[in-house]
Design a protein around this ligand. Sequence first.
Ligand code: SF4
Ligand code: SF4
Length: 451
Amino acid sequence: MTATNVAPFAAAAAPPAPRLSQLRGLDYSVVQQCMHCGLCLPTCPTYDATKLERHSPRGRIALMRAIADGRLEPTRIFGDEMYFCLGCLACMTACPAGVNYAELFEHARAEAEESGALRNPKRSFIRWLTMRWLFMDLRRLRFVGALIRLYQQLGLQGLLRGSGVLKLAPRRLRELEAMTPVVQLKFSAELIAPVTPAVGGKRFRVALLTGCAQDLMFSDVNRDTAEVLARNGCEVVTPPRQNCCGSLHAHNGELGMARALARKSIDLFPPEQFDAIISNAAGCGSHLKHYRRLLADDPVYRARAALWDAKLKDIHEWLVAIGLTPPKAGAAARTVTYHEACHLCHGQKITAPPRQLLGAIPGLKLVELPESDWCCGSAGIYNVIQPEMANKLLDRKLGHIVSTGAQVVAVGNPGCLAHMANGIRRDHLPVRLAHPITLLAEAYRAESPQP
Ligand code: SF4
Ligand code: SF4
């Protein structure tokens, strides 16, 4: 028998390589941290809504540990439970034992994906289309965004909504249509120069991340961020072609793609060349600060990833750290309340800086929002895959907003902004949503009106 004849036979006879379990491969000190005290339970929105242990952080961690210990195989019930979790990380803030739920959660979703427990052709196709096709190459995302923009600008969306045809569509399709994001007239690269000079003397050189969904829906917030940074002595480098940071992939069980995107980000924004790398999207920032953990096994990138983590700053924390130049004038007097995006307050533990920035705007009265750190239901793509729970949380959030009497709600995350905008439009509430940095940029513009 020739070698060429042997090889196929040998390959067929070889036992399949054992699947590497994400949870069994995780550092056991992370897996066994939970001491079952239950102090996190009252802070968990899914436990609060159901009062079921399996929908609580403690219950979910018990499931993850059972898999890590080899007492349980990942099943569909396990996978569904991991996707019923919002990933809001409120449990991490509450936990006295310092359980790293963020890391457990990412590996648990990766376990669910890699085990195939949730696999079906429709789901696999949607995941391939979004995570691999759209978000691994943002030219495709922008192309789709431009098509949606055309559909909206030509008035076709308004016609469709006004015609009543949608009433005949299945409920799920109606829900998805209502979530269609409003695409901006210009993307970030058309609004921001590759290098924005510092105003009044350069103190720092920073890079600005323009994001993926943020670029489509809130490129104006990116422009405002560049302006505010420049007003505070920063030269702002904004490459026109950027890539997704990988948070969507990491939070949805695609750690391999998340690692590939992290390497691309480090190459595009060499951390050794900047004083800071700025994110203005809470969900992205929370992920971007952990590239070292993500690339721990990569001998080429791990040292630069550690430097990257040290340089990565949320816009609010950066402006407070360098000493904000307060605007001298404000816009018209108004009452503002502040919703805390989960991945800013729980993921990054940034709570005071956004309030400090808002408090620095003349004429702005800040009123506290009840349950300001309770998830609004957006949670990445949670509102798309779990619309019922997402809408319950949205209703709760809107009720609190109305109770404050505020005219403006400040929100530092594109997912929350889009989700809450849908609710405000649906309920015809007379409230404006704005990123805190937009309110700051408006105050600077009022101080020195543009020609
Ligand atoms: S991340 Fe949020 S939803 Fe998930 S277990 Fe923790 S508190 Fe509950
Ligand atoms: S996650 Fe933390 S707060 Fe929750 S039960 Fe475990 S140790 Fe207690």
